[in-house]
Design a protein. Structure first.
Length: 297
């Protein structure tokens, strides 16, 4: 397939590009800069210049593709409304370009906010509906295109997509530990996160593009639940720092924006995903990755 990938040089997207090319697919990546374009070309991919706000570039990339994989997001923690707006606009633009074609449309989504008190499952419907909801209701909007002849596949990502070079949540927690001189966890540290290694997530996206039926929700989850205390203790070991509790009211000051996420439980099952695609994660576990120096080397 010829796959158009947004976020193609990001943390997850760069691994997806490598996975697709190694499996024999052609890749066209959305590139915001000369550097991003050069990175893609060096890998043997093509580039379409543009960004999430350049809707013409999204239409152009989708029009020439056999499949679209949408991974980009602004992640503007200071202005979430803008991130939500751009996400919805991008999904609508790409969905409109694919309408009636039967082509696959793989869309990244978060696990946060799906359910409370239990691990999320693939059958759980996202409560985010409409432009004023989380991420602009993009997951449900993308699934609406199934009725318009699009093979939409949602891939929900664990809060930690980990590995050497990760700039995401665990990287921010590690930076906070260095700054504060202790590796903190919120309260008693019983909140828990799902986790997946980046290489396993990339392989799942490829399998979803190739095989998943329209309307499928997949969970990029290898470990269902790793307690935040265990994560903090592993970061502490890697930095030779103590792990200590941080009061919930102090989490923002201690961790920065990631404090709210670290206080929250975001767990999920992957049973249906494994059964549908015969996907078996093989990468290292989150704590093993931290202990091996993925966030300190």
């Amino acid at each position: 397939m010829r796959a158009f990938v947004t976020g193609a040089t990001g943390w997850i997207g760069s691994a997806v590009v490598d996975e697709l090319i190694s499996a024999g697919h052609q890749v066209v990546g959305l590139a915001r800069s000369d550097r991003s374009e050069q990175t893609l070309v060096a890998k043997g991919a093509e580039a379409v210049r543009g960004d999430l706000d350049d809707l013409a570039s999204l239409r152009r990339g989708a029009a020439r593709a056999d499949a679209v994989i949408h991974l980009a997001n602004k992640h503007d923690w200071g202005n979430p409304a803008e991130s939500d707006r751009s996400e919805r606009a991008a999904v609508q633009t790409l969905g409109d370009a694919l309408a009636g074609s039967g082509r696959p449309f793989v869309v990244a989504a978060p696990l946060s906010g799906l359910v409370e008190g239990r691990p999320a499952t693939e059958s759980d419907v996202s409560p985010a509906i409409g432009p004023d909801s989380n991420r602009g209701g993009a997951e449900n909007l993308a699934l609406d295109y199934v009725a318009q002849g699009v093979r939409t596949v949602i891939v929900r990502f664990a809060p930690s997509v980990h590995g050497s070079g990760d700039w995401g949540f665990v990287n921010f927690l590690t930076a906070a530990a260095r700054k504060q001189g202790v590796s903190g966890y919120v309260g008693d540290g019983s909140a828990a996160w799902a986790a997946v290694h980046r290489a396993d997530a990339a392989r799942l996206i490829r399998l979803g593009m190739e095989q998943a039926p329209a309307g499928t929700r997949l969970h990029a989850v290898a470990e269902e639940a790793v307690t935040t205390r265990a994560i903090a203790e592993a970061i502490g070991r890697s930095l030779s720092l103590p792990a200590e509790s941080v009061a919930p009211q102090d989490a923002g000051a201690h961790f920065g924006f990631v404090g709210g996420f670290f206080a929250s439980t975001m767990t999920a099952s992957n049973d249906a995903t494994r059964q549908l695609l015969a996907w078996e994660p093989t990468g290292p576990a989150l704590l093993a990755d931290i202990d091996a120096g993925a966030y300190t080397d």
